[in-house]
Design a protein around this ligand. Structure first.
Ligand SMILES: Nc1ncnc2c1ncn2[C@@H]1O[C@H](COP(=O)(O)OP(=O)(O)O)[C@@H](O)[C@H]1O
Ligand SMILES: Nc1ccn([C@H]2C[C@H](O)[C@@H](COP(=O)(O)OP(=O)(O)O)O2)c(=O)n1
Length: 230
């Protein structure tokens, strides 16, 4: 008998609300989370810390294969934070520069290969919600429920601006918009695992939707696709 795994994939561009919705869905179902972007972000800053230029494909692939990274639960915030070579890099990976570095190392096909098994290993009972760019297309093509979140670039830049401000990080709206557009372009046009909705994905444009409205639509879709949750 073919067993359908309890797997939900949530893909989309930067600022589309993937992280937020992933967390809400996982909390509601009591499932685990894969924040695949965090892996690429840690790799980006790891390369910089080891002095490896971001276009050095072979050295970066080596680093991706051997990278010492763990994800630990911060009991206080309830967030899962990456620990790289023993150091908590939860804050360092959230900067705009780290996002750009992640997007640059992510275009290297052998890097994506090296991270594939690590990402698949995140699957744990009772289930997994996987957040990224290629969760539904490449990493978990067998997932029964695939979601693709999107929103206009302006909307996403404004969200990122407010998010950074609320954390006390200074930000420039124009620079953030340019950065989001550059990352969109790189993520969508790369030769391997480009950012596209998976076949059969439920596409939600959240430009004019609140987080709760998006969540309601996503849960309706998930319950339709995973009848065992009814
Ligand atoms: N539908 C929405 N309306 C308004 N703000 C949103 C919406 N979805 C997400 N946000 C906010 O936008 C910011 C970026 O969301 P996040 O989930 O981190 O996006 P992503 O993981 O896709 O980059 C967060 O501050 C989040 O609270
Ligand atoms: N599954 C993934 C996840 C992220 N990436 C790359 C491309 C993205 O621009 C960067 C950062 O991803 P991340 O999801 O952390 O970024 P956002 O929170 O959406 O801004 O990593 C990827 O190529 N594949």
């Amino acid at each position: 008998m073919l067993l359908t795994k309890n797997l939900i994939t949530i893909d989309g561009p930067s600022g589309s609300g993937k992280g937020t919705i992933t967390l809400m869905v996982a909390e509601k179902l009591g499932w685990h989370i894969l924040d695949s972007g965090a892996l690429y972000r840690v790799l980006g800053i790891a390369a910089q810390r080891h002095g490896i230029p971001l276009d050095q494909q072979e050295q970066i692939t080596q680093l991706a294969r051997n990278m010492d990274i763990q994800f630990v639960l911060n009991e206080k915030s309830g967030e899962i934070e990456p620990v790289f070579e023993g150091e908590n890099v939860g804050l360092d990976i959230r900067t705009d520069e780290a996002g750009q570095a992640a997007s640059q190392v992510a275009i290297i096909p052998s890097v994506r290969d090296a991270l594939l098994a690590r990402q698949r290993d995140f699957y744990r009972e009772p289930g997994l919600v996987a957040d990224g760019r290629d969760m539904g297309t490449i990493v978990f093509p067998e997932a029964p429920a695939k979601i693709f979140l999107t929103a206009s670039a302006e909307c996403r830049a404004e969200r990122r601006y407010n998010q950074l401000k609320s954390k006390g990080v200074s930000a420039n709206m124009r620079a953030l918009l340019d950065s989001i557009k550059a990352r969109d372009e790189r993520d969508r046009t790369r030769s391997v695992a480009p950012l596209v909705p998976a076949e059969g994905a439920f596409v939600v444009d959240s430009s004019n939707l609140t987080i709760d409205q998006v969540m309601a639509q996503v849960i309706d879709f998930v319950v339709e696709k995973l009848p065992q949750l009814r």
